[in-house]
Design a protein around this ligand. Structure first.
Ligand code: 13P
Ligand code: SF4
Length: 338
């Protein structure tokens, strides 16, 4: 890849922060890193996974697999390489390791948490299991392997309603995203489905900041505005949105819509940058809300990981935990098919 080719891909991204500087000079400075990463991938039989929230110079130049949590977990079942470098957050790398126990999964980011995954641990799960012995335990994929190991089924934002609807038990504990849980309840009610949903109190610190007043304000300025939001936002936001879906579902929805009306995309701004780059004729308004964890991934971090895999942050999961967590992920694949 040349600097001009990279610049052509990134030039329509509007700087929302200092992290989005895609001048020709900035692109020129990235090219040596990109070349070395791509060479090392071949040399070490490695692949790079990247969530859509990481900076677009990663998704557009060195990533082999890009997408939402569900797509990345499906992609992780097809890997043939020996080494997986997972540019996202730790729980996503753990999912890849759960599915690929014989491969090394390395995390290049410097802050690998997630406010949802960090909100709940094994002790919380033990307490919930003791309190709700009759319930089916459903965990959002934004959880650690340890928490998944206590659950019957895992879900992602792209299949949560479909999976919960298909579970034969009407008593469900859903962890850890409280706001997503409230959205599920509203959705099931709208569809006339009766299920008792016990919720935990985790929230995503990026998505919880959006509110319905913000949507009203932007709609006053732009009467034809299309509002697209992620199910980690609160139900007031979901209710006023034209479409609610996972990051990949949002992209698919917008791709099909006419570029005539502006879009307000309420999710981490890496997705806005991706949309601005890939759909240059569409208009995207709104602010930049960054996930510090996702944005702690960089070309330099990926390069250092590939240069020194033995010094890198490697995902290690105890085998009994992995096997139990795998069951919840396989159950998701099963339910998502039906
Ligand atoms: P997606 O499954 O939509 O990619 O969401 C993951 C996430 O962390 C959203 O904050
Ligand atoms: Fe976690 Fe929120 Fe960041 Fe997604 S955006 S990885 S839910 S902190």
């Amino acid at each position: 890849m040349t600097a001009i080719e990279l610049y052509e891909k990134l030039k329509t991204i509007q700087p929302g922060s200092v992290l989005c500087n895609y001048s020709m000079e900035a692109c020129e400075s990235m090219i040596p890193l990109i070349h070395e990463i791509n060479e090392l991938k071949k040399e070490k039989n490695a692949v790079v996974f990247a969530h859509s929230y990481v900076s677009p110079e990663i998704t557009m130049s060195v990533a082999d697999f890009v997408g939402d949590s569900f797509k990345l977990s499906r992609d992780a079942t097809k890997v043939e390489a020996d080494l997986i470098v997972f540019a996202a957050v730790r729980f996503m790398g753990e999912t890849a390791k759960i599915l690929n126990p014989n491969k090394r999964v390395l995390i290049p980011g410097s802050m690998t948490g997630c406010s949802l995954a960090d909100s709940i641990n094994a002790d919380d799960m033990k307490a919930l299991k003791a309190k709700y012995p009759e319930h089916t335990f459903v965990c959002y994929i934004n959880t650690t392997a340890e928490v998944k190991a206590y659950c019957d089924v895992c879900v992602t934002s792209s299949n949560v309603i479909q999976v919960i609807k298909s579970i034969p038990n009407d008593k469900i504990v859903f962890v850890p995203d409280y706001l997503m849980g409230e959205n599920i309840k509203a959705d099931l009610k709208k569809q006339g489905i009766q299920k008792e949903l016990v919720l935990f109190d985790g929230v995503c610190y990026v998505h919880e900041q959006y509110d319905h007043e913000m949507i009203r304000f932007f709609r006053e300025q732009n009467p034809n505005l299309q509002v697209i939001s992620h199910p980690e936002c609160n139900p007031g936001v979901a209710m006023l949105s034209d479409y609610v879906g996972s990051t990949s579902q949002m992209v698919e929805y917008i791709q099909k819509e006419s570029p005539q009306n502006p879009f307000l995309v309420l999710t981490e701004c890496g997705l806005n940058a991706k949309l601005q780059a890939e759909l240059p004729n569409h208009t995207f308004i709104g602010s930049c809300s960054m996930c510090k964890y996702m944005k702690s991934n960089s070309l330099t971090g990926i390069l250092n990981t590939l240069r020194n895999p033995d010094q890198a942050d490697e995902v290690i999961i105890q085998e009994d935990t992995r096997v139990k967590a795998l069951k919840s992920i396989e159950a998701m694949f099963q339910y998502a098919k039906t």
